[in-house]
Design a protein around this ligand. Structure first.
Ligand code: GCB
Length: 600
């Protein structure tokens, strides 16, 4: 085993907090919450539904009790109904199934202040807009329903009783990302865990440990420190990978900045078949994080995707973050494990997690179970591409999911959009997003899904969306036999693609109600869906640039757009599994196809 230190360089020496984060917004994200000392604030929170938005004018955030019998206070958290955190409100109470609007959450907790510790209030995700107060003082706001955020509360938190109040508003907005139209449920609430994270005064803000693009024998370690203003000590940063006999000091650095060091080491490479993870310890002064990290390379060559230098076919499936059996947002590691296990049973080595970043546990589990991941930002259908605030919002969501997941070997593709209209504004917007993703992480592939194919004649279809120029992999969503033409049309069709890049068919499929049988021409029967898969797979298999596929979709999921009574009942029924976990006939068609593919 070789172990030699090479170039030590400071990549940035700006203050992260000042340049990238809005005034009233959260602090830069703390990486790796699972390995931090923390106090969970999950559990039952007091809630007040507030459709007419009286909470701000009535100062709900003060969580006040009447000071005397004449004092008028028109709310009372303690006597109000409770909701579980993490969780969406829609599935917790029948009267909240369709609710879109503001909801106030409050919870009290006791705390003992500790010397030389900084404290951050961390939210895994809150959909969509959140305003947060601690002990009546506003900490800030966060926009976006699927990414984590944290506020520093070192100065606001008290010894003894504390009260945190969050106004959560899932109203759909034209200027939102996503905007007002989506084909999934707009689950509101504090949908992921909340905790207090305790760190030393100087701590490891973020890090990434990965192979270089050029060599599988070189590990790059990048560490960003957060050093409290008044401190002058510059801690020594050390990285250790005991199984590789690596222990390397990164040296003293400036107050804020990212240290980057290359280490020579030959690790067993991570793959879906052998998801090897190494214990990695990073320490800086009093701070220490311990992570489990896989090492692999991902690149493209012509129309191929290479994992660890070898071509790989992505046998995939798309999935929403929806809980099996319950019709709610997935909230537990068991939900995540079931989804990955089902995908594995189908023969998958790849999951397209749509249409927004799924929870961190899911990505960590993919690392452990061996599942390649397409990680997507919610730039979906029509959003206000001409609006600079919308671009900032989309970039912030991309920045935060990359900050959260950049150390996970499972993630191979950052997806910047799904089915967006071809306009000059959109092209410019997505070029900025692609460049931004690359500037934050140059080790992964950039993708997006387009549905803008054109029919050339009865036998030819083409995708020449200009977005392809900015991507490493081309994603195509096509619904021949469901929204477009007959399923048999697929037998004749040949596809052409403008860019010589790997193609992933990111969506195809059709609806079927589990247990509904008939002939294969009858919509919504299992036979129709299975037959559609047969025709599709024959067609897709003829695409020379085909590098993978992620049919739509693993499991039926709730959607307000799906109104057909008796069949859809507000579920999108394109699942290979029903929402109750039953396998439809098409599951077996795809499973057989993947069995064959795995042998090739
Ligand atoms: C699509 C969208 C996806 C929908 C799906 C459908 O093209 O990307 O979000 O759910 O079609 O079922 O229509």
């Amino acid at each position: 085993m070789k172990c030699a230190a090479a170039c030590l360089l400071v990549l940035f020496s700006f203050s992260f907090a000042q340049t990238l984060f809005a005034q009233n917004g959260p602090a830069p994200l703390i990486a790796d919450p699972p390995s931090r000392a923390s106090i969970s604030l999950d559990g039952m929170w007091n809630t007040i539904i507030d459709p007419y938005e009286s909470g701000i004018s009535s100062h709900f955030y003060e969580n006040r009790k009447p000071a005397s019998k004449t004092d008028l206070v028109e709310y009372n958290f303690e006597r109000s109904p409770k909701l579980k955190v993490p969780g969406d409100w829609n599935s917790q109470r029948e009267d909240l199934l369709w609710y879109e609007g503001p909801m106030w959450y409050q919870r009290s907790f006791s705390y003992q202040k500790k010397a030389n510790k900084r404290v951050f209030l961390y939210f895994g995700a809150v959909n969509y807009l959140s305003r947060v107060w601690l002990n009546g003082a506003k900490l800030g706001e966060h926009v976006g329903g699927y990414t984590p955020f944290n506020f520093e509360v070192t100065d606001q938190i008290k010894d003894g009783d504390n009260s945190v109040v969050v106004e959560v508003d899932n109203t759909r907005r034209l200027e939102g990302v996503p905007s007002i139209h989506t084909d999934w449920w707009n689950y509101g609430g504090i949908t992921r865990s909340v905790k207090l994270i305790e760190v030393p005064e100087t701590f490891i803000q973020n890090y990434s440990v990965h192979l270089t693009k050029e060599s599988a024998d070189e590990i790059v370690v990048e560490v960003t420190l957060n050093i409290r203003e008044h401190l002058i000590n510059k801690p020594l940063v050390t990285v250790e990978i005991p199984e590789l006999h690596l222990k390397q000091s990164l040296g003293e650095r400036d107050r804020v900045g990212t240290m980057s060091q290359r280490l020579q080491a030959t690790a067993d490479l991570w793959s879906p078949e052998k998801p090897k993870l190494y214990g990695v310890m990073i320490s800086a002064g009093d701070d220490r994080v311990t992570d489990h990290i896989g090492f692999r390379t991902i690149e493209t060559r012509g129309t191929q995707i290479l994992l660890n230098g070898k071509p790989i076919f992505l046998r995939g499936v798309s999935a929403h973050e929806e809980a099996p059996y319950r019709g709610s947002r997935a909230v537990s590691i068991d939900d995540d494990r079931t989804l990955i296990t089902w995908a594995k049973e189908l023969g998958c080595n790849f999951m397209r997690l749509t249409h927004y970043p799924h929870n961190e546990d899911m990505i960590r589990l993919a690392d452990q179970m061996g599942m390649l991941i397409w990680d997507e930002t919610p730039v979906y259908w029509e959003i206000q591409f001409q609006n600079p605030t919308v671009l900032d919002n989309a970039k912030a969501q991309l920045r935060d999911v990359i900050a959260r997941d950049q150390t996970r070997a499972a993630v191979i593709i950052w997806s910047i959009a799904n089915e967006t209209p071809i306009t000059p504004e959109r092209n410019a917007f997505l070029k900025i997003m692609a460049d931004y993703a690359r500037s934050l992480d140059s080790t992964r592939l950039i993708g997006a899904a387009s549905d803008k194919a054109t029919r050339i004649d009865a036998q030819h279809m083409a995708l020449d969306d200009p977005l392809g120029e900015y991507l490493d992999v081309i994603g195509l969503n096509e619904y021949i036999g469901w929204y477009f033409g007959k399923k048999e049309d697929a037998d004749q069709i040949q596809w052409s693609f403008k860019y010589q890049k790997p193609v992933i068919i990111t969506e195809f499929g059709g609806g079927a109600q589990y247990g509904l049988h008939g002939d294969s021409d009858t919509r919504f029967t299992e036979e129709y869906q299975a037959d559609l898969y047969r025709h599709q797979l024959t067609m897709l298999n003829k695409i020379p640039a085909l590098a993978g596929m992620s049919p739509w979709v693993l499991m039926d999921f709730r959607s307000p757009r799906r109104t057909l009574a008796g069949i859809q009942d507000y579920y999108n029924r394109k699942g290979l599994f029903s929402d109750r976990g039953q396998r439809k006939q098409a599951f077996y068609v795809l499973q057989k196809f993947y069995e064959e593919k795995a042998k090739q």
